[in-house]
Ligand binder design. Structure first.
Ligand code: GLA
Length: 388
């Protein structure tokens, strides 16, 4: 049993005075490439990581849900029938909003009983590693199975996105929940965000002697307001002005027309999405034909596009990326929604200690907060865990 499993089981017993009868887990994610393409019906290539949220559950006989965690002092208690977009808030809106979401997606909750649940996580919050999607995914999978709702994983991901959009109020896409639910060991998930077709793409990192290092800049980001929503609005404007349903419908052949018809800023937003979709597909082809050591230039180009065209990077992310490149990374880029969070570097395992030292010293010299550098392993998606 891992330490995290032990902590969640002990936390459950301490809070509720009983032992749990099932255990569930869902991972955070890192996006290898394909940023802001999800809400443009495009392609993304994320993977689930070896940092997870665990949820211990014990079924009740009434229709009450009680939910608690070590990272908030309160135990939230609510009747199943009272759960709606206006009755949940704070941290518990992420899991509890999923109950309302299952109803909106057609589930009948007549006859189901409530439960007590305790959550514990080692996914850093605010680092751009989708700690919130993990909360939604673990809860969505657990209620789907415990209540026999019959949703497949793609649908649970859609309910998670719906919850994020309607209850939490962040206009995010489908990527994070999909990665958390569909991830597979040593692999990334190629997701077509229009059809929701998902394919598992082996990364072959170990064979190539490579790892993926996360550089958490400790600059926290916020997607419910501000830049994220503004980028989404620019993309929708660009699609409308160019007469397509979404930017997914455009290719590099349309760039000339886009430049002629759009203002400079909207054009650059559109160019990022068009070229990023191409880079995702090219990354998949490169992984298959030439292996992980050959994907570096695509990651580097993705970062430049986010920095200059989409303008979602921050100086800390740029410094993390350039330092990783100087330390011999195969490729590096910021990952996730931007405006803070983490960068990733694909790098030889033997170079990680030097990378950490170099990033720490570059950040200290620049007067930035102390960054956190750690390796993540592509891992399996959400699952029911054995209870010993
Ligand atoms: C956040 C959102 C995702 C996606 C990324 C950017 O992580 O939750 O839906 O849009 O940003 O690729």
């Amino acid at each position: 049993m891992t330490t995290l499993e032990q902590t969640v089981l002990e936390g459950f017993s301490a809070r509720f005075g009983k032992t749990p009868d099932s255990l569930w887990s869902a991972p955070g994610r890192v996006n290898l490439i394909g940023e802001h393409t999800d809400y443009n019906d495009g392609f993304v290539l994320p993977f689930a990581i070896d940092r997870r949220t665990l949820m211990a559950v014990r079924m009740r006989e009434d229709r009450v849900i009680r939910i608690a965690t070590s990272f908030a002092p309160d135990t939230v208690e609510i009747a199943i029938d009272a759960i709606g977009p206006d009755t949940v808030s704070g941290w518990s809106a992420y899991p509890l909003g999923m109950v309302w979401g299952t109803r909106e997606f057609g589930a009948s909750l007549d006859g189901v009983t409530g439960f007590d649940a305790y959550l514990e996580s080692d996914i850093p919050v605010g680092a751009g590693l989708s700690s919130s999607a993990a909360l939604e995914s673990v809860f969505g999978l657990a209620v789907t199975e415990l209540w026999g709702l019959g949703f497949d994983r793609q649908t649970i991901a859609r309910i998670g996105q719906f919850n994020e959009n309607q209850v939490v109020g962040a206009p995010t896409g489908i990527m994070d929940q999909s990665a958390s639910l569909l991830g597979a060991r040593d692999s990334a998930v190629l997701l077509d965000c229009r059809s929701l077709d998902a394919s598992v793409i082996p990364l072959g990192l170990a064979d190539a002697g490579l790892v993926i290092a996360v550089i958490d800049t400790r600059v926290s980001h916020e997607h419910a307001t501000g830049g994220y929503a503004a980028r989404r609005a620019s993309c929708e404007l660009g699609a409308r002005l160019l007469g397509v349903t979404s930017l997914r419908d455009l290719t590099v052949d349309d760039l000339g027309r886009a430049e002629a018809e759009l203002d400079d800023e909207t054009f650059r937003r559109v160019r990022h999405i068009i070229t990023e979709n191409e880079r995702v597909l090219e990354t998949v082809r490169t992984l298959r034909d030439r292996g992980a050591t050959a994907i570096g230039p695509l990651l580097d180009a993705s970062h430049v596009s986010m920095r200059d065209d989409f303008e979602i990077s921050v100086p800390e992310l740029d410094l993390a990326v350039s330092t990783a490149q100087l330390q011999g990374a195969v490729g590096a880029r910021m990952t996730g929604g931007g405006f803070g969070g983490s960068a990733i570097a694909v790098i030889a395992g033997s170079k990680v200690d030097a990378l950490r030292a170099a990033v720490e010293s570059a950040f200290a010299d620049a007067g930035y907060a102390h960054p956190d550098v750690f390796v993540v392993t592509p891992s399996a998606g959400a699952s029911r865990e054995p209870l010993s």
